[in-house]
Design a protein around this ligand. Structure first.
Ligand SMILES: Cc1cc2nc3c(=O)[nH]c(=O)nc-3n(C[C@H](O)[C@H](O)[C@H](O)COP(=O)(O)O)c2cc1C
Ligand code: SF4
Ligand code: SF4
Length: 338
């Protein structure tokens, strides 16, 4: 059976997975679904985060059974934008090559890798895209992906296409940014999220998070974002009250906290070799994450005060921005219930 696994925050990668599965007459499954012994094509479709693959996807690829020559196709969706008649592509960086390399190492036969543009969904940082532009990007990508998947079906192998190699070169140059994103950025992003004052405590965000990162707590019940969060934007996109916000005020505080180097304070005046510098760097990351977590817990406690809560709700740009999800994708699709 041909199976296309997907990880998707706001439906873009789910949609691309359905296109791939459609041509191969296979099925789509979220990557959290139980793995069954299978043969046929293994597809893996996921979004680009920080110019590489999300950690959840890397972990899933590492946990797959031995491939024993099973054919595999890896597709990363990236954030494209449309300005007037211009389609501006996103940048997948190392996203699909990293996952393809893991699969090849596990014994899968890679038949296709590709990065495809879908509407950018990072609504913590940018306003959500309007439906008309989004649909224009999606249908353009559908056509391109259709020709890619039909070539694969006909027996072609599309791995080192010129565009992909260029993207890999840029991705390798951006590797320090990707590492920073994986080790600190995504955790910082998780701790920007909060429920604004229109939250009803319904718990839909917690139930639909693909990685179970939201804990409902307190009286009245409110969501609390833990470090498991992948920053996929699903909670923000599908909250029925548009209550999920990312605080840009808190992002400013994180920026200040991120600049504090524990190792420089502790090792001041001590000559440092490479091993000590590396240990210092790791200690710095751990320290920054502890500070983010402590500051976030304190902030959540302060927001029990209605005036403070309102000030943070009205004081962040996301409060005025449109949300985005793939126009034809609902939460049930993303849970694999369709
Ligand atoms: C936290 C985060 C980081 C992102 N980083 C990138 C990036 O480095 N390059 C890019 O082209 N798009 C980036 N995007 C955009 C998404 O990869 C893109 O919109 C994708 O299609 C979303 O797919 P999904 O709806 O399946 O989650 C990012 C989005 C988020 C939320
Ligand atoms: S943030 Fe939205 S989805 Fe989550 S509990 Fe509040 S109202 Fe419900
Ligand atoms: S908490 Fe929200 S942004 Fe984070 S992984 Fe879950 S649904 Fe995605």
């Amino acid at each position: 059976m041909n199976t296309v696994y997907f990880f998707s925050g706001t439906g873009n990668s789910y949609r691309a997975a359905t296109w791939l599965a459609g041509v191969f007459q296979g099925r789509v499954k979220p990557i959290g679904a139980a793995l069954e012994p299978e043969d046929g094509l293994l597809g893996l479709v996921f979004p680009t985060h920080g110019f590489t693959a999300p950690w959840t996807v890397v972990r899933f690829a590492l946990g797959l059974p031995e491939g024993k020559g099973r054919p595999a196709c890896v597709v990363a969706t990236r954030g494209g934008v449309k300005v007037g008649p211009l389609f501006i592509p996103g940048m997948a960086g190392t996203a699909y090559f990293l996952v393809a390399m893991i699969l090849a190492w596990k014994g899968y036969r890679i038949i296709g890798v590709q990065g495809v543009d879908m509407p950018i969904n990072w609504t913590a940082m940018l306003p959500g895209m309007g439906e008309k532009s989004a649909r224009a990007i999606i249908s353009r990508t559908h056509r391109r992906m259709d020709s890619f998947t039909r070539s694969l079906k006909a027996g072609d192998r599309i791995v080192f296409a010129r565009g992909s190699l260029m993207e890999l070169v840029v991705g390798l140059a951006l590797l320090p940014v990707s590492l920073l994103y994986l080790t600190t950025g995504r955790f910082g992003l998780a701790k920007l999220m909060f429920a604004g004052d229109v939250c009803t405590g319904c718990g839909l965000c917690a139930r639909s998070c693909p990685v179970g990162a939201i804990r409902m707590q307190g009286e009245p019940l409110r969501p609390f974002w833990t470090y498991t969060c992948e920053g996929c934007m699903r909670c923000m996109a599908y909250c029925p009250e548009m209550a999920v916000e990312a605080s840009h005020l808190f992002a400013g505080l994180e920026y200040k906290l991120g600049g504090i180097s524990l190792s420089s304070l502790l090792l001041c005046g001590i000559k440092r070799g490479r091993a000590v510098r590396l240990a210092g760097r790791l200690a710095d990351i751990g320290f920054v994450l502890l500070m983010y977590a402590a500051a976030y817990s304190l902030w959540q406690a302060l927001m029990k005060n209605a005036a403070i809560h309102r000030a943070f709700t009205n004081g962040t740009l996301t409060h005025y921005w449109r949300r985005y999800h793939e126009p034809d994708t609902g939460l049930d699709d993303l849970k694999g219930l369709s």
